[in-house]
Each structure stands twice: as structure tokens, then as C-alpha cells.
Write a protein that binds this ligand. Structure first.
Ligand SMILES: [Mn+2]
Length: 312
């Protein structure tokens, strides 16, 4: 994946080392787990290592070289954190560990008003086409996010979701409702999709949301969670009246969007401190603990850049 992104050779080497360390850690400490890799833009690669193993009581202690519970050299976590440009870890005894490492081509600057996004988008069966897809378009002070879930799963679902992403990326200046309306035509002749377009307008402190079908969205503010409203229907087939709703957005708000491969009744109550971690860690924990296990799953988590959790 790193090579296909044409990342420079030294960075590919770092990624190789980090993935090997992360996989070794999974086997050694948890016995099993998942490595999830994705490109972030064109110059960054993200590594998530997710397990349901014994977890760590004190991740900071495990980060210091020389500390290890498995009687090994104990360089794993410390080495990964030094190789990575951004590193974060969330661990709970008895529940498991999620480790995040991002590898970035130097000199890439991130606009200060942009959104920090976490994403897990994986097919039901590893190696199959994923019937979910998503995309983000950054405007000056607004970020627009599409999440599309092609009906069913497999290749035909993936085709519908891909078509939605194409249409979305061709109409970047529309409102969320305008985007959803514009996708109905292109999706005719496919299986159709559930989809939602979310616009985070950080300058005006609002989120605009328009959804059709089973995409769930909510905005978390500390202890409160506000669900966003989607209408029933299938874009490309049965299109209801498309509506757009507005919700307040604060600098510390967190957006969570997911396809119906994730149970709708998740809660972060049992995860102290998780909301302050990097959005990718939150997405990975939700995916690990609340996936239904019978559909493709996408979880997107967004937060304003100036409130980015985790250390780099
Ligand atoms: Mn689905």
C-alpha cells in the first residue's frame, strides 16, 4: 500500500518496521487482532492495530523502552511511536488495545481550520469488495463528508457506493441536500445506496446533514449525544423528499457517522477518556466492539483540528 501511494523509500521502510512490530505485539500479547491500513490523502498512511487482548493498565509505562510484560525486549511500542509522525494508543485492561500510527511525507501542511478525521471502512469478508465507501471534501471553512452504503454487500454494492462517491466529488459546491439529490440520477441502474452528506461549518458553528436510508449520524458533546435525522429510502431507487437538518457544532464537538454494519445502540460510557483520543482510535474501538458481523462496516469520526487528541 505504501508503495502504491509512491511514498518515499525511507518512509516505506519505517512503515515496514512499524507494521512488523505492531503485528508481533498483537501475536505476543493478545494472541490475535487486526491490522487496518488506509491511505490518508495522497501522502499519508495510517496503521491501526486492534485487539481484544488483556490490555495495558498503564500504556505510558509500556511506551518506555525496556518495559514489557511478555519477557521480551520491550521495544515494540516505543519503537512504533518513534517511527510514526503521529502516534496514539488507547488501552483498557480486559477490553483490549487500539494503537494508531500515521506516517506522513514531510512538509505536508494541514490547514489549521480543517477537520481531523478517523475512518474505518472494511468489507464483511476480508479481501472482498467493500459495499461501503466515503469521501471528504475540504472547503475554506467547511468540510463535506459523504458516507454511502451500497445495498447488500459485495461487488454490486461496491459499484453503487463508488458511483455515489464519483457524483459527490463532481458537485463540491452544493448543499448537503443538493448533493443527495444530485446522486439519485447517477445511482439509477445500480443497486442503489443509503447515503448521507454532512457538512461541518466550523466558522458558523453548525452541522448541516441530509441522509436517505440507514446511515446513522450523531454529534457528541461531552456527556450528550445528539442523533441526526435520515429519511427512509434508497438513493437511485426510492427517493423520498430530500431534507436538510441543522445542528449546533462547538469547537470540542465530535461527529460520528456509521453504516448499518455497526449496531445503532453503541455508547461510550464504558470507555473513559476515549472521546479525547484521536478520531481514528474512536472509530477503531467502535468497529471492534459494536460491529454486527453480517455487513460491511464504515465508521467515520470527525473533530475540529485544534482539538486534536493524541500526541505526535
Ligand atoms: Mn449496510
Amino acid at each position: 500500500l505504501a508503495q502504491s501511494l509512491r511514498l518515499p523509500e525511507p518512509l516505506v521502510g519505517k512503515i515496514e518496521l512499524a507494521v512488523t512490530e505492531a503485528a508481533t505485539n498483537l501475536l505476543k500479547h493478545a494472541g490475535q487482532g487486526k491490522i487496518i491500513l488506509r491511505p490518508v490523502g495522497r501522502s499519508m498512511l495510517e496503521l491501526l492495530a486492534v485487539d481484544k487482548g488483556p490490555g495495558m493498565a498503564d500504556p505510558d509505562k509500556c511506551l518506555r523502552d525496556g518495559y514489557s510484560t511478555a519477557g521480551t525486549a520491550g521495544t515494540g511500542l516505543g519503537a512504533i511511536s518513534r517511527l510514526a509522525d503521529l502516534f496514539d494508543v488507547y488501552s483498557q485492561p480486559g477490553k483490549g488495545t487500539v494503537l494508531l500510527a500515521q506516517f506522513d511525507v514531510p512538509s505536508k501542511t494541514i490547514p489549521s481550520n480543517s477537520l481531523v478525521l478517523g475512518a474505518v471502512c472494511v468489507p464483511l469478508t476480508e479481501g472482498d469488495a467493500c459495499g461501503d465507501d466515503w469521501s471528504v471534501i475540504e472547503h475554506a471553512s467547511r468540510s463535506q463528508l459523504l458516507l454511502a452504503d451500497g445495498i447488500g454487500h459485495g461487488v454490486l454494492a461496491a459499484e453503487a457506493a463508488e458511483r455515489a462517491v464519483e457524483a459527490f466529488e463532481k458537485s463540491p459546491h452544493r448543499s448537503p441536500a443538493g448533493c443527495v439529490e444530485a446522486m439519485h440520477g447517477p445511482l439509477r441502474g445500480t443497486r442503489g445506496a443509503s447515503l448521507a452528506v454532512t457538512e461541518i461549518d466550523q466558522m458558523n458553528g453548525v452541522v448541516r446533514y441530509s441522509g436517505v436510508g440507514n446511515i446513522a449520524g450523531c454529534i457528541l458533546n461531552g456527556q450528550t449525544a445528539r442523533s441526526m435525522v435520515s429519511h427512509n429510502g434508497t438513493v437511485g431507487h426510492q427517493m423520498p423528499r430530500v431534507q436538510e437538518f441543522q445542528y449546533p457544532w462547538q469547537p470540542g464537538s465530535t461527529l460520528v457517522l456509521h453504516s448499518d454494519g455497526l449496531l445503532s445502540r453503541w455508547k461510550l460510557d464504558g470507555y473513559p477518556g476515549l472521546l479525547a483520543r484521536h478520531p481514528s482510535i474512536i472509530a477503531a474501538v467502535l468497529h471492534r466492539d459494536f460491529q454486527r458481523g453480517r455487513d460491511d462496516v464504515t465508521v467515520l469520526v470527525g473533530r475540529s483540528a485544534n482539538r486534536n487528541g493524541g500526541s505526535s
